[in-house]
Ligand binder design. Structure first.
Ligand code: GUN
Ligand code: ZN
Length: 436
């Protein structure tokens, strides 16, 4: 037990007692003036603000007035090495990789560049209220070291893996079957389960790995089943046609992974836009997680993710920025993009569903549902404090709100890092707006 002085955060509270996709908005819990008692890096109690203040007079009180306290955002798919090339113009997936992504990722052979990019990325994430991120690194093992070192310095729960590629990539960005296996295994030994860090076995996607490399990583996963596995699946139609040419023996895109032992409950598949019915059935059957990356999907022109259909059939879903294919570090902006893509597909997502996806849903997709992603006693105290009137446009709209959802939705649709008053990691404030 830690003996550090407790903190009491007071404001509006938003948490979840269930999944609003299956139970409706009533699964959310809102309190107009609640308190979150934090001690030893965890949420020690939640309740009425005045009652908690009386019961814990020794606690340091942070009164945020009408601001909203929530679990910090969880970004379930990002590429920290692409921080420097976010918002690069005019390409679709394969050209975008060749033109912008691969040249930038080659620079991560330099550990100083990797360290600086990791720090920049994680500081931007925290400034946007994201307290956990699951990231791809580059093929360089040192790029994983840089990311985990930066996450550890900030106390963040974070996940990442060395991106493996042994074909269809420039010479200086290719590993081999053996080195992908050996380097990933050594990184697991070095980082997995150390503090709040978790290793993720990371073949980039089927086009850049040989069958043999996919199989070697499948074997590695069987040896370390408590690691997650992340890759990309069915993002763009040209990519899917290319996969069909490269793997004529496979039944579909998912099968290229399934044959290699890369399908299971701990698998995270980014994008999943153009899935066939067999793929949907298998993903559902094994309980893999499908990670929706809406700003990326519109930015690089990938298509419309069927969120309503996939959630109705019981898929596990997470939400992510996909930096730097995605065009924003903000999970607020990402929720807005998910809402817009839902509208284009004929489904209006409720703000409770959007907020749940960005917190509890993504945490559960990463296998962290019992630790982060919700405000509840015993959970790790990774929190965000949101100003619901952060710009004049948002303030005038929120001023007419009749309930919490009307008050929150303008911030979801129009908010960004200006809405993030504070981010807390493991019970400590790590970011304050304007460095206040
Ligand atoms: N598919 C393979 N690599 C990538 C990547 O870096 N970003 C996106 N959006 N899709 C990919
Ligand atoms: Zn990606």
């Amino acid at each position: 037990m830690s003996t550090d002085r407790p903190s009491l955060l007071v404001g509006q509270l938003l948490s979840f007692a269930g999944d609003p996709f299956t139970e409706g908005p009533e699964a959310a819990r809102h309190s107009q003036r609640g308190g979150v008692l934090v001690q030893g890096g965890r949420v020690a109690a939640i309740g009425d603000a005045d009652a908690l203040r009386r019961a814990h007079p020794q606690a340091e009180c942070h009164d945020y007035g009408a601001a909203l306290i929530s679990a910090g955002f969880v970004d379930a798919h990002a590429h920290y090495p692409q921080t420097g090339i976010i918002a690069s113009w005019g390409k679709r997936l394969i050209d975008w990789l060749n033109c912008y992504t691969f040249p930038e990722e080659a620079r991560f052979a330099d550990p100083a560049h990797a360290a600086s990019a990791a720090e920049t990325c994680l500081d931007l994430m925290l400034a946007h209220g994201t307290t956990t991120v699951c990231s791809y690194a580059t093929i360089h093992p040192e790029s994983v070291d840089a990311f985990f070192t930066a996450a550890q310095a900030r106390g963040m729960r974070a996940m990442a893996g060395k991106t493996c590629m042994d074909r269809n990539a420039p010479d200086n960005l290719r590993d081999s079957v053996q080195s992908a296996y050996d380097d990933s295994k050594a990184l697991i030994a070095r980082w997995h389960g150390r503090g709040r860090l978790g290793y993720v076995i990371t073949p980039r996607f089927a086009p850049t790995s040989s069958r043999e490399q996919l199989a070697a990583l499948g074997a590695l996963w069987a040896e370390h089943p408590d690691c997650l596995m992340q890759t990309h699946l069915s993002e763009q139609t040209d990519e899917i046609a290319w996969v069909r040419q490269l793997f004529p023996e496979a039944r579909d895109y998912l099968d290229t992974y399934e044959r290699a032992g890369l399908l299971g409950a701990g698998a995270l598949f980014g994008h999943c836009i153009h899935l066939q019915s067999r793929e949907r059935a298998r993903l559902r059957e094994v309980g893999a997680a499908l990670i929706h990356c809406p700003t990326s999907n519109s930015f690089i022109g990938s298509g419309l993710f069927d969120l309503a259909g996939l959630s109705a059939e019981g898929q596990r879903l997470g939400l992510a920025t996909d930096i730097g294919g995605g065009s924003s570090f903000s999970m607020l902006r990402t929720m807005a993009a998910a809402y817009e893509i839902g509208q284009l597909s004929g489904a209006a997502l409720h703000p409770a569903q959007l907020w749940w996806l960005a917190t509890s849903g993504s945490a559960a997709a990463l296998g962290q549902g019992g630790r982060i992603g919700n405000l509840a006693e015993g959970m790790e105290a990774d929190l965000v404090v949101i100003d619901l009137a952060s710009t004049p446009a948002i303030a005038q709209r929120a001023g007419r709100a009749g309930d919490i959802w009307e008050a929150l939705f303008p911030t979801i649709m129009m908010g960004d890092d200006r809405a993030v008053l504070e981010s807390w990691v493991a019970g400590r404030p790590v970011h304050r707006r304007n460095g206040q």
